[in-house]
Design a protein around this ligand. Structure first.
Ligand code: CO
Length: 293
């Protein structure tokens, strides 16, 4: 239980826009709901992409994501249910299972694979791409796996159950902290009728994605499979989310970088010249080769 008073929101943000994701295929043929698409990268800076995968049909996920490169940003994979094995060029290997989180900082380059380790049943989760500031894009890669049990959790008196993947919520520090982008990433489960408040710095871009039930923010409903972009209202200090039925959602916020974004597939840099260099390095086999963490 945590103290409600010190975490009270006095001026709540409203919903600026409700987004329905796009059905896409990625990897070797995995069905994905791309919630945060490239057209929203500027508005939701420092976040570059959010994919939601969820299916009980093996054909939708079994092909996985065979060996592919990344440079210039971080990937955060949160597995709600299922088993996915990760291997990379830095010699890291890990099995991501129910409630687990994998945080990978590609930096100057990682080549990795993300493959399902199940032949049936449900696979459900999220992959978020978080940009790196220009000064860190060519840093050494970093990687960490967190079991479900290692992700900090707390409950509120109102009945919210909150997992803190990154940043800090109600005084509870998450599994990962980042200085420049200051990401907040929480997963909230709310019983019907309960509400949850989260303080948010005024200038940070923020959104929620509902993946069970339906929640209300002010007079706007955010149903299952919908993302709500929260308005950057001047003077607002947070958000209040109320469950109209038993619900689960993720809330993500971060400090915008306000730097140029140049993306070509799995490379996200600041300029076109840096993108060409990334492609050249990858073709020359130089991307990821020296990457011992
Ligand atoms: Co990847």
């Amino acid at each position: 239980m945590t103290d409600q008073v010190t975490h009270q929101v006095t001026a709540a943000r409203s919903v600026e826009r409700i987004i329905q994701g796009q059905a896409v295929m990625d990897g070797a043929g995995v069905k994905i709901n791309r919630v945060l698409t490239q057209t929203l990268q500027r508005r939701l800076d420092p976040f570059l992409m959010l994919d939601n995968f969820g299916s009980d049909k093996a054909n939708d996920y079994i092909a996985g994501f065979p060996s592919h490169p990344h440079r210039g940003f971080e990937t955060v994979t949160y597995m709600i249910e299922g088993r996915m094995r990760h291997k990379d060029s830095a010699g890291n290997e890990g099995l991501l299972t129910n409630g687990g989180v994998q945080w990978m900082t590609a930096g100057r380059g990682v080549i990795h694979s993300e493959m399902p380790e199940q032949e049936d049943g449900v696979m459900e989760g999220f992959q978020l791409w978080l940009n790196l500031p220009a000064k860190d894009k060519m840093r050494a890669p970093w990687y960490r796996d967190f079991n479900g049990a290692d992700v900090p959790v707390f409950s509120t008196e109102a009945g919210a159950k909150v997992k803190v993947i990154a940043g800090s919520s109600h005084g509870v520090n998450g599994a990962v902290q980042r200085e420049v982008t200051e990401p907040l990433y929480i997963d909230v489960e709310l019983p019907a009728g309960a509400s949850f408040s989260q303080l948010l710095p005024e200038g940070h871009n923020a959104f929620i994605f509902t993946y069970r039930g339906s929640v209300n923010i002010g007079d706007k409903a955010v149903a299952t499979g919908r993302m709500a972009i929260l308005a950057n209202t001047k003077g607002a200090d947070g958000v209040v989310i109320e469950a109209s039925e038993a619900s689960r959602f993720i809330l993500i916020a971060g400090q915008p970088l306000n730097e140029p974004i140049a993306q070509y597939g799995p490379f996200v840099m600041n300029t076109q010249a840096e993108i060409f260099a990334a492609v050249d390095d990858f073709r020359a086999g130089k991307l990821g080769e020296e990457a011992q963490v």
